[in-house]
Design a protein around this ligand. Structure first.
Ligand SMILES: C[S@@+](CC[C@H](N)C(=O)[O-])C[C@H]1O[C@@H](n2cnc3c(N)ncnc32)[C@H](O)[C@@H]1O
Length: 354
């Protein structure tokens, strides 16, 4: 007799991607926005999205079971025993339609906390990259390279793809405000956000500390989105957006360097190279703030392990354990000074000159 619990466990795992793709379909059809705007029945949603009514009904039924939507009570029906075609119990309040759950709210386009763009890239590019998990693990070359014939960074040079990726990174940055509690910026004057992407982290720090000035440093094609965000968040006078290559050097002389979700994209020799440039730019009393997931020693906390393999699929990079961060920092003349837990199992690693 097969172990029923073990069978169930395997079935739960292999159907996990279906839940992710159903969520992706919800975003692709804009279902949360339509429900919020008043299209709350299967029929209205099918008409609005011009999708198959049967397909929408089945998708919505699954998303409701996944706690993305919930049914609203309608008027009572007087049917006899047994369930009706919708699965509602006769005599019980009949579904009047759908409304959003807190998870569903995060799918809306107009929500400031929207995770829509993250769901989109996970359901499209990253889903395709994960399709190449077997050759990626066999060769150590990213799944993205196998699936798309180019690296993720090459792919992101396309302005549309780059903007889509930046929006996705923004949707996954709920831990940025935690940095303000974990590190005291009061005695600092200048902050450089190395490979700062869309400027969300720099904007968070500058907004909280009006005495600070900032430099957003990234590749030229990433700067327009960053400028738009920082102009709005803190105004033109408080920051500069500089284009450059972090493997050639970084702007010198700031008190604090930020390095968020960057080391994860690169192997150890590349990390040593880019950290050496930051070491060369850092004053003796300066600090480097690294935001990454740290793989815990227990080998059991799933999220960092999932992201570790995801980084092999996406950029060909990796998550590291603390020993791994200490080693790459030491190879560049830096030392790990302290570690602070942030939301979503992310950490702030504060590094200083060794
Ligand atoms: C994963 S994103 C992180 C962005 C941002 N720090 C955040 O946490 O949202 C990696 C960033 O590294 C930048 N990047 C990649 N290669 C680079 C290079 N050679 N020079 C400068 N920036 C680079 C990308 O443009 C992208 O903005």
């Amino acid at each position: 007799m097969p172990d029923q619990k073990a069978v169930r466990r395997v079935v739960d795992i292999i159907t996990g991607t279906w839940q992710a793709q159903a969520l992706y379909a919800a975003v692709a059809f804009g279902l949360a926005d339509h429900v919020a705007a008043g299209d709350v029945t299967d029929e209205a949603l099918a008409a609005r999205t011009q999708a198959s009514p049967d397909g929408i009904r089945r998708l919505m039924r699954l998303l409701t079971a996944m706690d993305v939507f919930e049914r609203t009570p309608g008027e009572r029906t007087g049917e006899a025993a047994g369930s009706d075609a919708d699965g509602d119990t006769p005599g019980a309040p009949r579904s009047g339609g759908y409304r959003l759950t807190p998870a569903g709210e995060l799918l809306r386009a107009d929500s400031p906390q929207s995770m829509r763009d993250m769901i989109r890239i996970y359901g499209e590019e990253f889903h395709r990259a994960w399709g190449a998990v077997e050759p990626a693990v066999r060769t150590g070359t990213s799944g993205f390279q196998h699936a798309f014939g180019k690296t993720l960074h090459e792919y992101l040079r396309d302005p549309q793809a780059g903007a889509k990726f930046q929006r996705a990174m923004n949707a996954g940055n709920v831990f940025f405000p935690d940095v303000l509690d974990a590190f005291d910026f009061t005695h600092c004057r200048t902050v450089v956000d190395v490979a700062g992407g869309s400027g969300m982290l720099l904007g968070t720090v500058l907004r909280a500390h009006p005495h600070l000035r900032g430099i957003l440093f990234d590749q030229p094609h990433m700067l327009p989105v960053a400028r738009t965000h920082l102009d709005e968040a803190v105004g033109r006078g408080r920051y500069e957006a500089l284009a450059g290559d972090l493997f050639e050097g970084v702007p010198p002389g700031a008190d604090v360097y930020l390095l968020s979700r960057v080391l994860q994209d690169w192997d150890d020799p590349r990390c040593t190279a880019l950290l050496s440039h930051i070491r060369a730019a850092l004053p003796e009393s300066g600090r480097l703030l690294i935001l990454e997931r740290v793989v815990p020693d227990d080998g059991e906390t799933l999220l960092p392990l999932l992201y570790d393999l995801h980084l092999l699929m996406a950029a060909g990079g990796r998550e590291r354990d603390l020993a791994g961060y200490r080693a790459v920092l030491a190879s560049a003349g830096l030392r790990l000074e302290s570690v602070h837990a942030l939301s979503l199992e992310t950490s702030l690693l504060v590094a200083a000159v060794a």
